[in-house]
Write a protein that binds this ligand. Structure first.
Ligand code: FAD
Length: 495
């Protein structure tokens, strides 16, 4: 039987394993950690608090459903989710509070009421980004940018007329500041650069298409939290016959001439015609293929931002907070200069608070909440993280306390911290970057590593460090693009 090996069980690796087993391969997933999920893992803290460790915002759930459907299953039998009526609660230091309703009309009304921006302006903007998204997504997100066929496809005919409006020659911030006068709305729209770890003052205006996902398609919450995505897909993969082997890091990708023939782990050798790496592409080349010439220009692309995350048990509930909450900094430009130019953390960071116990009551004891508190920071370049963790913690506590009128420090019952060094150690993500390389360069989409290599037949790449980029939906798409390039052996769709 034709065999395939997947290195790593992050969301991209799990999705690739499912797609390969459906194509008829015998698939083994080799995972360095004791369990699956990579960044999409979970843990509990004393006192009865459960946390999703990494991703918290879920968009394009259809991409998860597609995997169950592909395998002949009914998605709802494995995985359920709900559309959020409110995407985010925003707080500014001038006292402005704004509810970002999922419904575009309600959101535009709120923006008019709270920020004084005429609602037609925002609605027109959201319609424009919807139009541009539909014109470009099939070409840039659903296909390889490194195959001629992509550019000969009829989808390109949809994309070409949209190119002049995509904002490739301007930055996200400049485009938003031109479209809207209110600095708070500009800041809110600039924030979408952080969805792939980029800087709105450098990233091209193209990234302004991201809000389309939240306001036109929707933000979702899986029943049981984000971890349920990985859990339900591993259940499916296991039923289909995929073998998961944990605590078994791959040490080498074996090659013969110009093709891969398998991998070597600390426990043995696995021969396979197809090898899919879900390990970050930089260590894949540096550690698993040290003798192969590496694509240096690609591997040297600047990294995306990373994060400091404080996981706190909180001994009361906050009705004014929702699942997703943002406490903005006063000087956004300075915040990004600190992350991308100075390589450190600003004194006044924007703080993101995610509280899954709002929707999954069992994630915290009654009358308590589980706070995932995140600040965007630079990737790891040897900074003094211990000091930055302590300093930033103080500032976060002070800022949120002031905004909510409480003494937050007194409410924290238990705590854990994840920093860029820890993210790198736990997931092998190069420099602890959350999303591989940043999208600060207008050519970033073309500079990311493809989902295959022309140098080694049989080797494919999936996950956040390769095309089309980081974040759950794009990692799922990377698995589709990579495995679409792999021949079908014998379709295996059990009834
Ligand atoms: P990863 O999660 O990077 O996992 C790779 C796996 O490979 C790991 O399990 C690792 O142990 C394993 N591995 C590595 N090397 C080897 C080896 N040699 N042998 C065997 N196994 C190996 N995305 C969103 O969509 N929404 C969000 O709100 C969001 N927020 C985030 C917040 C944080 C704090 C973090 C960390 C990430 C966030 N992301 C978010 C990004 C998202 O989590 C990632 O893009 C995605 O989960 C990455 O998946 P991946 O397939 O690249 O694999």
């Amino acid at each position: 039987m034709a065999t395939a090996v997947v290195i790593g069980s992050g969301i991209g690796g799990i999705a690739a394993a499912i797609r390969l087993v459906v194509k008829g391969y015998a698939v083994t997933v080799l995972e360095a950690n004791a369990t699956f999920g990579g960044k999409m893992t979970q843990f509990t803290l004393p006192g009865g608090y459960r946390f999703d460790a990494g991703p918290s915002l879920f968009t394009l759930p259809q991409l998860v459903d597609d995997l169950f459907t592909l395998a002949g299953r009914t998605p709802k039998d494995y995985f359920r989710y709900q559309r959020l009526p409110i995407v985010t609660q925003y707080f500014w230091q001038d006292g402005t509070r704004l509810t970002a309703h999922a419904n575009a009309d309600a959101f535009a009304q709120e923006v008019e009421d709270k920020l004084g921006v005429p609602q037609e302006q925002l609605l027109k903007h959201l319609q424009k980004v919807a139009r541009l998204y539909h014109a470009t997504a099939d070409t840039f997100l659903h296909k390889s940018l490194h195959k001629l066929g992509t550019f000969l496809s009829p989808d390109v005919l949809k994309t070409l007329p949209a190119l002049p409006e995509l904002g490739l020659t301007t930055t996200m911030h400049a485009a938003n500041a031109r479209a809207f006068k209110d600095p708070r709305l500009v800041q809110l729209l600039d924030r979408y650069a952080t969805y792939n770890g980029s800087d709105p003052y450098q990233a091209p205006g193209t990234l302004n298409l991201i809000p389309h996902l939240e306001f036109n398609i929707g933000a979702y919450y899986p029943e049981g939290g984000i971890y349920a995505i990985a859990e339900s897909l591993v259940k499916l993969a296991t039923e289909l016959g995929v073998k998961f082997r944990y605590n078994e890091p791959v040490q080498e990708i074996i090659t013969e001439g110009s093709r891969t023939t398998g991998v070597r782990t600390n426990q043995g050798t696995y021969f396979a015609g197809i090898v899919v790496s879900n390990m970050d592409v930089v260590p894949t080349y540096r550690k698993l293929l040290p003798k192969q010439p590496a694509p240096e220009k690609t591997l040297r692309q600047p990294r995306s931002s990373s994060a400091l995350i404080y996981y706190w048990g909180i001994s009361r509930t906050f009705p004014e907070l929702d699942l997703h909450n943002i406490f903005f900094s006063q000087d956004y430009r300075q915040e990004f200069e600190h992350i991308f130019q100075k390589g450190t953390v600003t004194h006044d960071p924007t703080v993101y608070v995610n509280i899954t116990s709002k929707l999954t009551l069992s994630d915290a004891p009654a009358g308590h909440e589980n706070w995932f508190v995140m600040v965007n920071v630079p990737h790891n370049a040897g900074q003094d993280w211990e000091t930055l963790i302590q300093e930033t913690r103080q500032r976060v506590v002070q800022k949120v306390s002031q905004s909510l009128g409480v003494n937050l420090e007194e409410l924290i019952t238990t705590e854990r911290v994840w920093d860029p060094k820890g993210i790198e150690a736990d997931t092998s993500s190069f420099a602890g970057a959350l999303y591989g390389s940043s999208s600060n360069n207008k050519m970033a989409a073309f500079l990311r590593h493809p989902n295959f290599t022309g140098k080694l037949k049989g080797l494919y790449f999936v996950g956040g460090s390769v095309h089309p980029g980081g974040g759950i939906p794009l990692c799922l798409l990377s698995a589709k693009i990579a495995t679409d390039l792999v021949p079908v052996v014998s379709p295996n769709v059990p009834a």
